[in-house]
Design a protein around this ligand. Structure first.
Ligand code: ATP
Length: 374
């Protein structure tokens, strides 16, 4: 098995080069692991090119130690030719902004933890020969010639708008605060679309505190939507933002998408798509996002008789939490923002009259088995 080391000097707070020189490379040498190549990415897309040319020169399985955030992992997952038919085992050193995949694999313990040893947990798993864990991928088809794989998140609505707008804030806000700033800019927007979920479908029931089976035929949800997001492999998008908690507490036994959906017209205080009702609902949407930071408690919010979100009683849930095999998002023509789709932070535009179809697959679907040390 060959060994390739890649780091992205532009990730997160731009500390990857120094971290690799001071910690990662010396540790590899101490363990007699000699990489075939140590490369720094030079531009967007370069990480995928580096792995692709490495496999061409060294056919067969490869371990890739990757110092970056989720965006660079995404480039590797999407950068290899289907014909490669090989195995890629990833060792993540989390040096990006959000590090969703890493913080889901290694949830922060809460206790004081040395940041350097925390970042080296994946590398330790590799060095101690723990078996790598296969990844699930979400495959999104935007047209007959456009397909993208996600290893973390596939979203539309507010989350796609946040990722779309936060990139412009990267230089002035290198940390996760830029996602909060972009959320504030977009919190009153609604997105006109419909979405069809495909079975097997289950839905979270806060009373049972469990996912319960739902229809075994496709289910269509009509908009407008405030929030629509699906994940694979992760229960959080930042160390403390636990948006799909059931992915960890009740993990799927076969490839599946965990979905968080928020539809404003379910709110008894909202009767129409007016500016006033958007302002009223923005507070509820803000509460949902805030409770996701409270160990994923947003999934337990219900509307009380006074129409405020609470965690007691038996009112309608504020969040609809589904697990399903696939979904099809169909934006309405006039709503440009409903045409944005985010795949692990990369933003795509769904064509006018187009749709996005997303299906959970095992990582072997594109001919390559992607696994990660955890
Ligand atoms: N040398 C480079 N200069 C500028 N950008 C680069 C360079 N190398 C890679 N990139 C781009 O940097 C982007 C961000 O990288 P990455 O996702 O690893 O970090 P992040 O966005 O800070 O973290 P996260 O995705 O976890 O929030 C990638 O999409 C990649 O295309």
């Amino acid at each position: 098995m060959s060994l390739l080391v890649i780091y992205n000097p532009a990730s997160g707070d731009r500390s990857a080069k120094q971290f690799f020189e001071e910690h990662v490379i010396p540790l590899l040498h101490q363990h007699d692991k000699n990489p075939t190549n140590i490369a720094s990415t030079e531009r967007a897309g370069h990480a995928g090119e580096l792995v692709k040319s490495h496999i061409a020169a060294h056919p067969g399985p490869v371990t890739v130690i990757i110092g970056s955030g989720d965006g660079t992992v995404h480039e590797i997952v999407n950068g290899l030719p289907e014909a490669a038919a090989t195995r890629v085992d990833l060792v993540i050193v989390p040096l990006g902004t959000a590090n969703a995949l890493y913080s889901s694999l290694f949830p922060p313990s809460g206790a004081d933890q040395d940041p350097t040893s925390y970042r080296l947990k994946g590398l330790s798993a590799f060095l101690t020969s723990a078996p790598p864990k296969p990844l699930t991928l979400a495959k999104t088809t935007l047209s007959s010639s456009s397909t993208v794989y996600s290893a973390v998140v596939t979203s539309t609505a507010l989350h796609a708008s946040i990722l779309h707008d936060s990139e412009a804030l990267r230089a002035s806000m290198p940390g996760i605060e830029r996602f909060k700033a972009a959320a504030a800019q977009n919190i009153t927007r609604w997105y006109r679309a419909s979405v069809t979920l495909h079975p097997p479908i289950s839905i979270y029931d806060p009373t049972a505190a469990a996912l319960t089976p739902r229809a075994q035929e496709p289910t269509t949800l009509h908009g407008p939507f405030a929030y629509f997001l699906s994940t694979v492999n992760v229960d959080r998008l930042e160390p403390l933002f636990r948006i799909t908690p059931l992915a960890a507490s009740s993990p799927p036994t076969a490839p599946a998408l965990d979905l968080v959906v928020v539809r404003p017209l379910r709110d008894p205080a909202v009767s129409s798509d007016s500016a006033d009702d958007r302002e009223v609902f923005a507070q509820k949407a803000g509460r949902v996002l805030g409770e996701a930071y409270n160990n994923g408690n947003h999934v337990n919010l219900r509307y009380a008789p006074d129409r405020q979100p609470v965690t007691e009683g038996d009112g309608e849930t504020v969040v609809e939490y589904f697990r399903c095999a696939s979904f099809q998002w169909v934006p309405e023509g006039a709503d440009d923002r409903a045409h944005l789709l985010c795949a692990d932070g990369a933003i795509f535009n769904i064509a006018q009259s187009g749709k996005a179809s997303c299906v959970a697959t095992s990582s072997t679907d594109n001919g390559i088995t992607f696994s990660v040390y955890a």
